[in-house]
Structure formats: C-alpha cells, structure tokens
Design a protein around this ligand. Structure first.
Ligand code: GCW
Length: 680
C-alpha cells in the first residue's frame, strides 16, 4: 500500500522513457571520494536515488568519461584537477554548493561541489530533485547558498510522547528505548530534513519539562544527535527557566544570582560533554504560565543573557521567544510583545536571537505581520511559523501554507523606508545581522505518513525550502513537491498546484474572512466557536476578538481603540489606519465597522461577510472536483485518503459557515443575502 512514508524522497523509476534515457546518458558513472559520515550519507543517497530513478546501476568509480558525475569538496575533488573550483566556491559559504556542467579532459561532465561535506550532501539532494522533477541536465550552472543560518524545526513534543498541537500521532522520539534502540525513522527524518536544508531541531516542547536536562535524558538526546549529525542537523533543547530549582535543588532561578549562573554554566558544560555540537536553547518564559526572569523582577534580556553566557564558550545560541502576553494586563494582546521587547533592543548578548511569531496574536489563518519586525534593529529576530495546523483545520483540512509564509515575508515594514520587507529583517540584510534564523513548529508525528494529511507533507517540505531561499514562490514549491510526491504529469501538476495555492484563501474565507481572527473552538481550536466568552482570560474568548454588537463588528486597533497600529511604521499606519485604504483582508483586524459599511465589492459589510463564508465553503466543493479528476493519475491509497479528507473538510467548511453566519446574524439582524442558500 502507498502510505506516504517516503514523503517526497521517492526514487521510483522515471516512467517517461525518453527522459530516463537522456539522464542515463548524462550520468554514466559517479566519481565521489571521501568517507566522512556526511559524505557516506550523500553517497548512499545518490546511489539509491540514481539506481531507483534511472532504473540501472550507475557505477561509482574514478573513471572520467563523457557523462561522469563528479561530486565532492575542493579537497576530495583535487585529484581530478582542472575544475577551477576555488573562486566560485568562495561565493557559496559553508552550506552552499555548485552544480554545473563543464568539460574535463575534453569529456562532458557534471559537477556537484561544495566547501563542506554538508554542502555536498545538499547538492546531491538538489541534483536528485532535478531528476525527480524532470529538469534538463544540460548547461547547468547553479549556485546555491542558504539565506538564513538557522533553519530549525520546533517540536512541541512532551517527554511522554504526546505532542502539543500535534495531529499526526505520537512523538517520533521513543525516549523509553533510547539511547539503545535507534528507530530507523530517526534517519529517515534526518534525510527528509536535509533534503530541504533544515539544519536544526528542537526536540522538546517549549512548555518544557526540566527533566530533559538531566543525566536521565541527556544520553538519549545525544543518541539522537549522533543519528542526525551526518545529515547536518544540530540538536537544540527547550530549557525550562526554573530548572535550577526543579532539577538543581536551588531555591531560586534568579538570573542575577551567582549560584544560578554557576548552575547553568555547569549544566551547559555537561550537555556539551554529551553533545559536542549542541545547538543551544529555545526558551518560552513568562508566557502562559511558564516561569521566567520576570518572576524575579528581571527582564527578558537578563534571562536570555544568563543562558547565552553559559552557551557562548561552546558556540551555542539562545532562541528566546517573544510570544508573551499577560493575564493581568488590560492591554490589547496584539500589543504586548512589542511593549515588552522593544525597550530591550540592544540589551541581548550576541548569541541571542529573539524568536517572533509571524503575527501578533497566534498563528491564525491570516494575520498582519508582527510589529516587532523592523522595530528591534539591534537584535536578530528569528521568524517563527507554525507548520502544524493548530488553528487551520489541524490534520483534516487541506491548507497549503506557503502563501501565508510568503505574505508575511514579503510584507513591507517600512522600517528603513520602502522595501524594508520582513524577509530582509529576518535574513539580516536590512540591519546587518550576522546571526539569522527561522523556526517552524513541526507537524510531524509517528503516523505512517508523518503528517496525517498527505498534503500536510507539503508544509514541512515548503517550510524547509523557504527557510533556505525565501525568494522561491509558493507556486515553484508546490510544483516541485507535487512532482516529487505524486506525479510529473502536467495534467496533474497544474490543477492540483492551483488547488494548493487557492487553499489558503479558501480556509480564510470559511473560517475568518475580512480580518476576523481567533474564532476557533475553545482551547482545542478545532472548528468554529465565535460565541466563546466568559473564559479565565478575556483574550482566550472569541468575543474579545470580533467585538460583534448591534452596531457592527471588528477590533478597533486605531487611535479610537487600542491603537495597536501605532506600533507599525508611519506608512503602514497610514495605509491600514483608514478603512478605505486598509487591505480588505485586514479590515476587521484593525477596524470596528458598521454592518452597513460599504466594502470594495459594493456590498454592505454584512452581505460581504456572508458572501465570503459562502464562497469559502463552495470552494471546498471545487477542491473536491479538482481532486476527483486526478483519480487515474495517483495511486489508489493516497487518492482515497485525500478524497475522504476533502469530504470531511467540505462538511466542516459548511459547519464553519453556518455557525458564523448564524451567530453574527443575531447582531446584524439582517437577512442572508439573496442568492445564498439559507443555512439550517
Ligand atoms: O498557539 C498557542 C498554543 C499553545 C502553545 C503556545 C505557544 C506551546 O495554543 O499550545 O504552547 O501558543 O506558542 O507557546
């Protein structure tokens, strides 16, 4: 049965005979020296990939002939001579690579070259991708360098193998069998990550258990790190700020207490004893009940620097999260992270990154970019995306997230005038940062197909691709992923890619159109709950966010309201501050407007809202149609799996539509517009 276990790393023989023959001629043998664990991994991948895709045994030997593939570093390729790699390799850095065709001793050869072994590995995966997606191999001249240094997955995995906001089974990490038994999936996981350039993984939940830092767990963490290392993946851990009390027997975790400082230093030294290339810590502090420096009246900077100082001698980093909001504070939740962090700009050590969610609330189907981007020029800000679909239909709804990621990355902060995109803040080019990174909250579990929904694999894949190169388009990534994962048949790729691209806007329409947000069911965040009110915290209710009443709907974040808009740079404030110029997708995020407000379509706000909800639900039927037409083009198992999930999604889209329209109707007291069927 085709269960999706192989993800996008499928090396079945290329069905198109003409394509296969051309590749066989271009790749007759492979010259690849070197036996470091990473080069061995790269060679194994190439052998398996070429043997599978070309359906023939491509010999690995030192012969140079027409059609030789040369793979290696400056050192390992030195014996073949004449490649003139020094200069071009200077352009690609530690993780980049070159793939080009050239003549060597009058033979036509293809070269994959890098400065480091991991660069070679990445280059091999790229070459295989070219074959998997049926790209021409003539006249290649590719030069690749990642735009971000830290390309990390955040696992919200608990030590009991439950996964917070995970919808694809249990945690991959079998702590009870480690360090002795190494589940073969660990290597598969590493391969998949390396294939898209992901180079770090935080193994445990940010709502952290300090036990991960004990000698019970560290050898197990080290065992995983050993499996991942050849694939260029560093291990990081979420550190619980109160660990010195919980596992260290101290009375305090005050960052300015010398005993606490000493404890962390020793702890970090101990960790590096187990894992010499340990990446560092991720920390959620003073947020949603987690302990932190503020428990001792110290700042986030003082907290982060405590850990940073312990890690610095070993080259480790701290990824300190800016996802903070407090219960006591009556302030608009969207403003709190900015208020707490902007005053700390410049106060963090060099090895600290502040990790900021893409939007100021919480991983909604759509949010304006977080106002912290561009507002802390002296601090490297790491982007945090949520690959797992907490608020977007979990593993049931088909929701391709690249358009969401791209929308945020391409947004203009105007921090240093026009063109100051979020991407430039994050990649360090705007403010000249050396340390850069991105985090994606993993959607991976031990389901046979890793992610639950077969299409959710595309979000893991795409996250990695964008982390490597944020200039790629959503379309390019969908196209690659579909070809590698399903089929190169154009009649399949084009319509299904269109469906993936549209899926984001469709989900927005049937869940939270026009800038609405946080209308999901209480606590689990699955399905609609616009009526949720009266919870322990105002900002855990839906009514707090939509503010619907008989006059209208929406959260006033202008000067007459919370003035969250003031946290953005003036050109953004200006555009978003006026409902006439505010992009309609953010309208009710920033404005409370009357039900009869005229929208761009000419319809009243109420009618427009209804139209969006109906269009969203109807479009899921369109997605079902698109998929049904692919029946002959994909294997029966995955076809049926996706078809069934789309049936569920259709029911849920109608559930969302009816729930929201009927709920808001009690305030608008207006009829469902003509032409739309009445909900029941
Ligand atoms: O999205 C919210 C989730 C919490 C999560 C928190 C966070 C890990 O509902 O489950 O906790 O954000 O990002 O810290």
């Amino acid at each position: 049965a085709e269960d999706g276990y192989r993800l996008w790393l499928r090396y079945d023989p290329i069905a198109d005979q003409a394509v296969r023959t051309r590749y066989q001629a271009a790749l007759k043998n492979v010259l690849m020296e070197g036996d470091s664990p990473t080069l061995v991994a790269a060679r194994e991948e190439l052998m398996e990939g070429l043997r599978g895709l070309l359906d023939t045994n491509v010999p690995f030997n030192p012969a140079v002939q027409d059609g030789t593939l040369l793979v290696g570093t400056l050192q390992t390729l030195a014996p073949v001579g004449e490649l003139n790699l020094e200069k071009p390799l200077r352009q690609v850095g530690d993780e980049g690579y070159l793939i080009f065709t050239t003549k060597l001793k009058r033979r036509n050869v293809t070269v994959v070259a890098a400065n480091t072994d991991v660069g070679v590995l990445y280059g091999c995966f790229h070459l295989l991708r070219l074959l998997q997606t049926h790209q021409p191999l003539q006249n290649l001249n590719l030069q690749e360098t990642p735009k971000l240094d830290l390309r990390v997955l955040n696992h919200w995995d608990n030590l009991d193998r439950s996964v917070e906001r995970g919808y694809a089974g249990a945690s991959l990490w079998k702590w009870h069998l480690l360090p002795d038994y190494l589940d073969p999936r660990y290597r598969e996981y590493a391969r998949a990550n390396a294939s898209v350039g992901i180079n770090g993984t935080v193994l445990n939940n940010v709502n952290a258990n300090a036990l991960i830092l004990t000698e019970e767990f560290l050898p197990r963490v080290a065992a995983l790190a050993n499996v991942f290392r050849p694939y260029g993946i560093k291990v990081y851990l979420s550190a619980r700020f109160s660990a010195p009390i919980e596992i260290g027997g101290l009375k305090t975790a005050d960052p300015l207490d010398p005993q606490v400082q000493q404890w962390w230093k020793k702890k970090v030294d101990e960790i590096y004893g187990y894992i010499p290339d340990f990446g560092g810590f991720l920390v959620k502090a003073n947020s949603e009940g987690q302990p932190g420096p503020q428990n001792y009246n110290r700042s986030h900077a003082e907290g982060a620097n405590l850990l940073a100082d312990a890690l610095a001698p070993h080259g480790g980093v701290v990824m300190w999260r800016a996802f903070v909001y407090s219960n006591e504070e009556p302030e608009d939740r969207a403003k709190q992270a900015y208020n707490e962090f902007v005053p700390l700009d410049g106060k963090f050590r060099d090895n600290v990154l502040v990790q900021v969610k893409n939007g100021a609330i919480d991983f909604q189907p759509r949010e304006p970019f977080h106002p912290l981007f561009g507002a802390m020029p002296n601090t490297p800000l790491m982007m945090e995306f949520q690959i797992t679909q907490e608020y977007t239909g979990q593993s049931t709804n088909l929701f391709y997230q690249m358009p969401l990621y791209k929308e945020t990355l391409d947004a203009d902060t105007y921090a240093k005038g026009k063109g100051s995109t979020v991407a430039k803040v994050v990649d360090g080019t705007l403010e000249g940062h050396r340390l850069t990174g991105v985090a994606g909250v993993s959607n991976i579990g031990d389901d046979r197909n890793w992610t639950g929904h077969p299409f959710a694999q595309s979000n893991w894949y795409g996250y990695g691709r964008l982390a490597w190169d944020h200039a790629l388009t959503s379309e390019q990534i969908a196209d690659e992923w579909l070809r590698m994962t399903f089929s190169n048949d154009e009649a399949f790729v084009k319509p299904v890619s269109d469906m993936m691209i549209a899926s984001r806007e469709i989900v927005v329409d049937y869940m939270t159109p026009l800038g609405l947000h946080h209308l999901m069911g209480w606590s689990h965040h699955y399905g609609p709950g616009p009526w949720v009110t009266d919870k322990p915290r105002a900002d855990w209710t839906a009514t707090y966010y939509h503010q619907a009443d008989s006059n209208g709907i929406g959260f006033d974040r202008t000067k007459t309201g919370s003035d969250a808009l003031a946290q953005y740079f003036p050109p953004v404030q200006e555009q978003w501050g006026d409902p006439k110029t505010c992009p309609e997708e953010f309208l009710l995020w920033f404005h409370h407007l009357p039900w009869d407000y005229t929208t761009k379509s000419g319809r009243s706000l109420w009618d427009e809202l209804c139209h969006r909800y109906y269009a969203g639900a109807d479009s899921v039927a369109w997605m079902q149609d698109v998929w049904q037409q692919q029946k002959s083009k994909v294997d029966a198992d995955r076809f049926q799996h996706v078809a069934t999930l789309l049936d569920i999604q259709k029911k849920e889209a109608i559930w969302w539509r009816n729930a929201c329209v009927l709920y808001f109707q009690q305030f608008s007291r207006r009829p469902i517009p003509d032409g739309l069927e009445k909900p029941d």
